[in-house]
Structure formats: structure tokens, C-alpha cells
Design a protein around this ligand. Structure first.
Ligand SMILES: Nc1nc2c(c(=O)[nH]1)N[C@H]1C(S)=C(S)[C@@H](COP(=O)(O)OP(=O)(O)OC[C@H]3O[C@@H](n4cnc5c(N)ncnc54)[C@H](O)[C@@H]3O)O[C@H]1N2
Ligand code: MOO
Length: 390
């Protein structure tokens, strides 16, 4: 049995960033930018008025000055020509500032009579001008790698980049295994239950930028497992659920090995999730998750999400932890790292009383996993503990 840290390093070493493709901006949200891209122009491209008002020369910026209005500059159509002292140009937000102008006086501070204006008693201190290049200059980089957020896409658009180089989305085949499973909506037989884990995993994969493919349920026979593994052809990553433990019907490890899986590890010193396995199967990486629903989803949080990040070109990193004060006492922990389902309350972080790895209701209510190191002693209410936000 290896530690969570060692297992994470080994599972991340099984994968590499996927090839790069160009995608149109409108399809790039959430994708990972593969290399820095350079702005094709300067923004703003010219000195721009930040307000609606009058552009004037610096010597005229005096309360009570009277000036001649000689033209108009509006967004999309600037004033042609230069402005001299004693003159003003009517100007609007986003319009080019005319040559010779040093500031824009907002129209609220001006009295206009025909083609003449008189400045008010109190003028703004600022120029109300956005200088050319205030946001970025041609050649400035949008750095990589980064997961593209809405603001990044708006920035790339402003940089006049209609498409961006991003890593291909990981194709993840998800295989639930077990004779007891039926799909949601079907009527389970007397000894059956509804397969649930795959749906949680697909959602996790897709929230992290991958494409989750739910394959048909594999039955507890070697032939059925081999057939469904065959359907995973072309996937970058194969994730199995269940059949990972030591029972007579836990065949995933054996069948995967028969199909050429080179195992990187089996069993991790964690709770829930001990019977976790990972390796490489041909062109794909493989993660074998334990069947208990909470074990499967906690293992996916700890290992599958970082693997998906590496495949998309992001740095290898464990999920960032936070600290909180315990709302109650905790007993000593055992030899495995324990990820306790918990809720963050006004009194601190509170673990649920029931920590059985089959209880999806508890996981669904939880918004944190308290991380108890192996062999951690008893803890008192008020002490700080580390947790992973869910
Ligand atoms: N003698 C031992 N028995 C077990 C050990 C052990 O060390 N020695 N480990 C236990 C632990 S810990 C876990 S976790 C489970 C994991 O077993 P498997 O990965 O082989 O999972 P299954 O036996 O196939 O299923 C366990 C449980 O989960 C349900 N299940 C499976 N797949 C799904 C699914 N897609 N959706 C919903 N529920 C699913 C299944 O019906 C079982 O109830 O082994 C312990 N045993
Ligand atoms: O580790 Mo099992 O995943 O405790 O239920």
C-alpha cells in the first residue's frame, strides 16, 4: 500500500499533455491555453476619451474659460484636424482625442451657448483621457498555460485573436462493473441496485474540461469486461468503477492485466478508497476506482482531476487545501489518510457522524473533506484542521 502523495505522483506520471488544436474563441471557454499568444494590436489604439464632454488644450483648463467649439469627435468617427488654445471639440466616450487636446472636461462642468462653451468653477483633476496602449500593446502576451476564463476570452478578442491554441480535451471512457447494476430508469431485479457513480464521474470529468463517455455496464465475467474494455478504444483515459477489491467477482485487475495493463500501483493508504489501481493500457491510461460510491468520487477528486489537468497541460499539483477550526472533538485516526465528509458551519468545520463509504446522501450534503493524516491523534473542538473544499 502506498501513500496518497506517492499514488498521485505515479498516476500523474502515466499521462502527458495532449496535442494542441486551434479552436475559435466562441468555443474556447474552459479550455487550457497551450502556449502564450501575442496581441496583434494596441489597445486602446489611440488616446481615447473616457467621458462625454469637451476636449480642450491644457492652457485653457481654468475655471470660467470661454472657448469656441470647432467640431465633434465620436466613437467610430474622430475629429479631423488639430485643436488650438481657445478652441474645444465636442467629444464622446470612446472617441479619439483630437491632436492638441490635453484633457476632456465633462459636459456637466460646462455651459454651452451656441458654438461657445464656458467652463465651470470646479474642474476634474484627471484628464479623462485613456492613453493609447493603456490596456496592452501589440506583442504583449496572454501567458500560458491557463484555463480560459470569460475575462481571458474577452481579452483575446480585444487582442484580435479569433482562434486560440488549446490542448485537446481528454476523452475519458467510464466503465461501471457489476452484475448488481442497472441503469437509472430501469427496474432493478430483487438483488440489484441502480448504477450511480458513473454519472457523478462524468460530471466531474466534464467540469474539469474532459469528455466523459459512459460505456455500457460490464458484467462480472471476464468476457463481458473484455468486451466493454474494447468499446473504450480511442479513449485517452479509461476509468473503471468497482470490481477492484479482493472478492471472487472482483475481476477488473485481472482482466486489465490480461489486456496488457502495466500496473503502476494497487492499493493506497487512504479512507475511503483503499483498493485503487492505476496503470497504462496501450495508448490509454487506466484508473480503477473502488465501487463504493463515496470511495469512487473521493478517489476521483484526489486523482482523476489532477490527471485531467496534466492532460490539458496544467501543472501537476494536489488539490489546494484550506484550514478551518473544528466544530467538535475528533477521535484518533487510524493508519490510512482519512477524508472525512464534513460541513462548514458558523461554529467551524463539522464532520458527519456517519462516514460509511456507501452513503451518497452524506456526500451530497458535504461541502468539505477533512484530511486526517495517518496516525493523527485525537483532536479537540477549536483546533485547526486541513480540508479540501468540495
Ligand atoms: N475482504 C475485503 N473486502 C473488501 C475490502 C478489503 O480490503 N478486504 N475492501 C473494501 C473496500 S474499502 C471497498 S471500497 C470495496 C471496493 O470493492 P470493489 O471496488 O471491488 O467494488 P464492488 O465490490 O464492485 O462494489 C462495492 C459496492 O459499491 C457498489 N457499486 C459498485 N459499482 C457501483 C456503481 N457504478 N454505482 C453504484 N454503486 C456501485 C456495489 O454494489 C457494492 O455495494 O471493497 C470492500 N471489500
Ligand atoms: O476504502 Mo473503501 O473505499 O473504505 O469503502
Amino acid at each position: 500500500m502506498i501513500s496518497v502523495e506517492a499514488a498521485l505522483a505515479r498516476v500523474c506520471a502515466l499521462v502527458a499533455p495532449l496535442p494542441v488544436e486551434e479552436v475559435p474563441l466562441a468555443q474556447a471557454a474552459g479550455r487550457v491555453l497551450a502556449r502564450p499568444v501575442a496581441a496583434r494590436l494596441t489597445q486602446p489604439p489611440f488616446d481615447t476619451s473616457a467621458m462625454d464632454g469637451y476636449a480642450i488644450a491644457e492652457p485653457d483648463a481654468r475655471p470660467g474659460a470661454t472657448l469656441d467649439v470647432i467640431g465633434t469627435s465620436r466613437a467610430g468617427e474622430g475629429f479631423v484636424g488639430a485643436l488650438a488654445p481657445g478652441q474645444a471639440v465636442r467629444i464622446f466616450t470612446g472617441a479619439p482625442v483630437p491632436q492638441g487636446a490635453a484633457r476632456v472636461v465633462i459636459q456637466e462642468d460646462v455651459t454651452r451657448t451656441g458654438d461657445r462653451i464656458t467652463l465651470g468653477d470646479r474642474l476634474d483633476r484627471g484628464t479623462n483621457i485613456r492613453p493609447a496602449g493603456a490596456d496592452f500593446a501589440a506583442g504583449d502576451a496572454l501567458s500560458a498555460p491557463r484555463r480560459l476564463r470569460p475575462a481571458d476570452l474577452a481579452l483575446a478578442a480585444a487582442m484580435n485573436l479569433p482562434a486560440l491554441p488549446v490542448h485537446r480535451r481528454p476523452d475519458v471512457a467510464i466503465i461501471a462493473t457489476g452484475d448488481e447494476l442497472v441503469m437509472p430508469g430501469e427496474v432493478p431485479g430483487p438483488d440489484q441496485i441502480v448504477a450511480s457513480n458513473g454519472f457523478g464521474l462524468k460530471a466531474m470529468v466534464e467540469a474539469e474540461g474532459g469528455i466523459g463517455r459512459l460505456l455500457p455496464i460490464a458484467r462480472d465475467t471476464e468476457a463481458s469486461l473484455k468486451t466493454v474494455f474494447g468499446l473504450a478504444e480511442g479513449a485517452d483515459l479509461i476509468v473503471t468503477i468497482g470490481g477492484a477489491s479482493v472478492g471472487d467477482h472482483d475481476l477488473v485487475g485481472k482482466v486489465a492485466a490480461d489486456l496488457g495493463m502495466e500496473q503502476a500501483f494497487y492499493k493506497v493508504a487512504m479512507r475511503p478508497g483503499k483498493p485503487l489501481m492505476a496503470g497504462r493500457m496501450g495508448k490509454a491510461a487506466m484508473i480503477g476506482l473502488p465501487g463504493n460510491p463515496v470511495s469512487a468520487l473521493v478517489c476521483a477528486t484526489l486523482f482523476l482531476l489532477p490527471v485531467l489537468r496534466v492532460m490539458q497541460g496544467l501543472p501537476t499539483a494536489p488539490a489546494p487545501r484550506r484550514t478551518a477550526r473544528l466544530a467538535c472533538d475528533l477521535d484518533a485516526n487510524g493508519p490510512r489518510e482519512h477524508y472525512m465528509r464534513a460541513r462548514i458551519t458558523a461554529d467551524g468545520i463539522a464532520p458527519f457522524d456517519r462516514q460509511d463509504s456507501a452513503l451518497l446522501t452524506i456526500l451530497s450534503e458535504a461541502d468539505a473533506l477533512i484530511v486526517r493524516p495517518p496516525g493523527d491523534g485525537p483532536r479537540r473542538a477549536g483546533e485547526a484542521v486541513e480540508y479540501l473544499p468540495l
